[in-house]
Design a protein around this ligand. Sequence first.
Ligand SMILES: Nc1ncnc2c1ncn2[C@@H]1O[C@H](COP(=O)(O)OP(=O)(O)OP(=O)(O)O)[C@@H](O)[C@H]1O
Ligand SMILES: [Mg+2]
Length: 192
Amino acid sequence: MERLISDLLDFAKIQSGTLTIEKSFKSISSLVLGSVELARHHAKQKKIHIRTEIQPNLPELNCDGDRIIQVLSNLLSNAIKFSSEMGVVKISVSVNDGSIFFSVKDDGPGISEENLPHVFCRFWQEKKTAKLGTGLGLSIAKGIVESHGGRIGVESQQGEGATFYFTLPNGEVTHSDSKKNLESEIQLEFNC
Ligand SMILES: Nc1ncnc2c1ncn2[C@@H]1O[C@H](COP(=O)(O)OP(=O)(O)OP(=O)(O)O)[C@@H](O)[C@H]1O
Ligand SMILES: [Mg+2]
């Protein structure tokens, strides 16, 4: 119930443009390890192995650490929730084209081509697994990543697992600049 209320509040803030982002420099490995720690119990229950692959010598990231842990936790919790027992979830971070590139890859059921465009839409859930959540996690993750000037996406084929990824600018980008670039691309990809 607490989680539902806080998700609804976060979603309302994102929609009304009032989500506050409090940035400071954070070590990337501390963000990853923080989210893995939160997922540990859930993963253990399903005997799922979480692997991390963090490129050495990554710079510190100017971000809202709690919010980025929230994004990673949602991606990790989905990867664990929708996978079968004994699966493997891999969380990787690297520098790519001047941005920091995060990905969370699972070997679960994957997402069909038909459903892929809907996953970031509020309340959207695949019918078979709809009882496992409220369908807000990915739309909140998208809002948080975009508020940092980043972008989020997914690659998947049914039966072959899913890889959710997001990028965050490595350095200072003004919110309005990054928003302009993102709006056109993201509206095309995720037409809710
Ligand atoms: N790793 C994944 N593998 C397969 N399907 C996924 C995966 N991640 C998300 N999905 C699909 O996308 C839907 C939306 O995900 P989202 O995180 O927004 O909501 P949820 O997990 O159902 O609920 P909530 O996160 O609010 O508790 C999921 O219900 C599921 O159908
Ligand atoms: Mg979720």
